[in-house]
Design a protein around this ligand. Structure first.
Ligand code: COI
Length: 363
């Protein structure tokens, strides 16, 4: 039987909050966190908000050995009238359960998960930063905790939500980033775990990223795992190209993460009657479009990255300079509209915003 109440244990001393105009991404965490446990015999139970603290986990817990873990990323924003609001949180909870399914982790009740997130954000409302471009990043995750080193699905788990006040994801802020196209390593293949949000995908991406980081590349762009030909996604973003007036993004093929921002951007482009197509696109085609002067814009999308213009793509020895290294009009319009809706400064024609209010803070 699903647990319906959330116990709240508030901390007695609060941490000092960082200045909101100096925030980086993901380095500071708030005063409280949400935890809920799972065992095969009881199901999900003991939902609670407690002071932020280290976990005590057995060294043989399965997550340390076989990586059975999933996570999500969403944000809370402060609207001009001081209300905390979330952007399409149900999409994140649905994706969390799709990732759970792929990793053999028991599903959570999505409605209850949303209630838990709202309640935690309500408790930590004063942590939502106010400076332009800042927000409270919400990181729900699930880890397998059974003390057992046989390879099998764990029979116990923890679902945890932590919060971090954040600024821009890239040090470049909203300015165009440089991306290296990765030819040797691959992130995922169709049939693998590429479309699940699981830690192993990110662990597998580090090597390639480290190899180019010192040359000023913010991230790498992955090609398909079979032919190393078709574009998949960039480190922590889905990717879009404007070619000769049409916006193209790689079609979801099982190895690409189905981004909430990706989906929102496609809806916005359609709403504006800007041609947008999801299809396979090869690196060769992109390089040719650039040579022909048809590659007008490139940008990535993600919760952390929002809409990030790409000013340069390096593929082997070829450098594709996009829009003279400047932010394109479509990327700018998307960024302004997405953040306008997220921060409640603009109308929300799609009903994407969920207010945090009406959540009782102490029971
Ligand atoms: C997000 O955009 O929220 C992500 O999960 C990317 C993350 C790996 C920083």
């Amino acid at each position: 039987m699903e647990e319906r109440t959330i116990n709240v244990d508030l901390c007695s001393t609060k941490k000092e909050k960082p200045k909101s105009d100096q925030l980086q991404f993901g380095r500071v965490f708030t005063d409280h966190m949400f935890i809920m446990d799972y065992t095969d015999s009881i199901g999900w139970h003991d939902a609670r908000i407690v002071p932020y603290q280290p976990l005590t986990i057995d060294p043989s817990a399965m997550v340390f050995h076989y990586g059975q873990s999933v996570f999500e990323g969403l944000k809370a924003y402060l609207s001009p009238n001081g209300e905390a609001q979330l952007f399409r949180p149900k999409k994140n909870l649905q994706r969390l359960n799709r990732s759970n399914d792929r990793l053999c982790i028991p599903p959570i009740d999505e409605e209850f998960g949303l209630k838990a997130i709202k309640k935690l954000v309500a408790v930590e409302e004063e942590w939502i930063p106010k400076a332009e471009g800042t927000s409270l990043y919400i990181r729900p995750f699930i880890i397998s905790t059974e003390p057992y080193i046989g390879v099998a699905p764990s029979r116990s788990y923890k679902f945890i939500v932590i919060l971090s006040p954040v600024g821009a994801y890239y040090k470049e802020g909203i300015n165009p980033v440089k991306i290296a196209v990765e030819n040797k390593y691959v992130r995922a293949v169709s049939g693998g775990t590429g479309e699940a949000k699981t830690g192993g995908n990110y662990a597998a991406s580090l090597k390639a990223q480290e190899m180019v980081a010192n040359s000023g590349y913010a991230q790498v762009m992955w090609l398909d795992g079979v032919e190393r030909k078709y574009i998949e996604e960039v480190g922590s973003m889905n990717v879009f190209f404007k070619i000769n007036g049409e916006v193209v993004t790689p079609v979801l093929n099982g190895s690409i993460l189905e981004g909430v921002t990706r989906n929102s951007v496609i809806q916005l482009l359609k709403h504006w009657n800007i041609p947008v197509v999801e299809r396979r696109i090869s690196m060769e085609e992109l390089a040719q479009a650039n040579k022909d002067g048809l590659l007008e814009e490139a940008f990535g999308t993600g919760t952390a990255a929002v809409v990030s213009p790409i000013g340069q793509l390096t593929w082997n020895d070829e450098h594709l300079f996009v829009n003279n290294g400047k932010t394109g009009d479509v990327a700018k319009r998307l960024y302004d509209t997405m953040t306008g809706i997220q921060y409640g400064k603009q109308e929300d024609p799609f009903g994407w915003i969920e207010k945090v209010k009406n959540v009782c803070k102490t029971t």
